[in-house]
Design a binder for this molecule. Sequence first.
Ligand code: SF4
Ligand code: SF4
Length: 436
Amino acid sequence: MLLAQILFVALLVTAITRFSRMVRKIRRNILLGRDERISGDRWQRWKNVLLLAFGQKKMFRNWIPAVLHLFVYLGFIIINIEIVEIILDGVLGTHRLFLPYLKGVYPVFISAFEVLAVLVIVACAVFLIRRNILHVKRFTQPEMTRWPRQDANNILIFEIILMLLFLTMNTSDQALQMHHAPHYVHTGRFLISYPLAQEFSHLSNGSLVALERGAWWLHIAGVLFFLNYLPYSKHFHILLAFPNTYYASLDPKSRMPVMESIVPEVRNMLGLPEEAASDGSSMPAHFGARDVFDLSWRHLLAAYSCTECGRCTAACPANLTGKKLSPRKIMMDTRDRLEEVGRNIDQHGQFVDDGKSLLNYISEEELRACTTCQACVEECPVSISPLAIILELRRYLVMEAAQTPQDWNAMFTSIENNGAPWAFPPDQRDQWTASL
Ligand code: SF4
Ligand code: SF4
């Protein structure tokens, strides 16, 4: 027993240490973004966390996937309570540690977990069918090939395996209880595994113990592997959706963020008195953003929080009319570039110019296709704004790189001279009414 405990603690410590190292790297990457102070109603922010991250409010616009997703989400949260007992049993060398404390309530809890486990299996199977057989459009777009596609499938298959191991562990445990095997204390009947145990009761105690221990070890090793897989996967949103909804902008959706770097010049042009930057945030190195360093940490947090669900792209009028723009790809590209920068820092100790920028990932064609309609922002279940990144990149292209289509220059000149995109001074704008 002692050897098993030592092995278990070694596995646990290795998994947690590795996970913490990955989390620290992701935090460092997010903080490569420029500073941005967060202001606004804290209660509104907590309300958003409760409704959007915990409550999954926006998911319920489409009931069937929402309910299936809820099973997976609840399964992940609630079945992890069972993991606490498994970890304590592993460390202390006990078996079903909580049973003496919970007594008759214990089988009720485990039965509820088992029902959830079955619902998770069903939901994951339906999601696999939707992705791989029904080819739902938002899962088959160009950015959803290779790793993103594989990642989504990996997680679904992995969750099914974990749930099956959980049920196998309980089923063999119930069969051993029927045999009055030593060490397997009587827990009462579990809703799913007890009827299944009848089918296994003909097996010898040795076979049942091997099955129960095998499933127990594979289950906990799988959970610890899953923990370490998360930072490489879009499923890291399971953790980051909460801070992301908290820090999401509370501004009305129609309000574009002010460029603090040009506020003094604009105030000067308008004859207004000079004023300090309104939020004390750091100034970007560029007008707009050329690379991930020019985006704010909030944009970079959003990139790591994207679930790659594609709801934004499915609602994007540019994408729907055949343009190259996909707001989901904007978030995925931002994360990919940030990861590339992170690897560069890991390798050299600091960032060494690699001659690339975020604009190597996102083309001008994509950026110019955006109508700034905010449909992507409205649709996102975890309060991400791909538009915020599009605007920053566009601002760089226009204001610093001077890369604009020829047709736009006349409009910019009019805005500068007339305060409007039309080629008339303000005092002549109503002249057309004279002939009415
Ligand atoms: S704001 Fe731009 S990216 Fe977002 S939905 Fe509208 S057109 Fe698409
Ligand atoms: S930005 Fe939001 S809506 Fe778009 S893919 Fe990511 S999580 Fe889904």
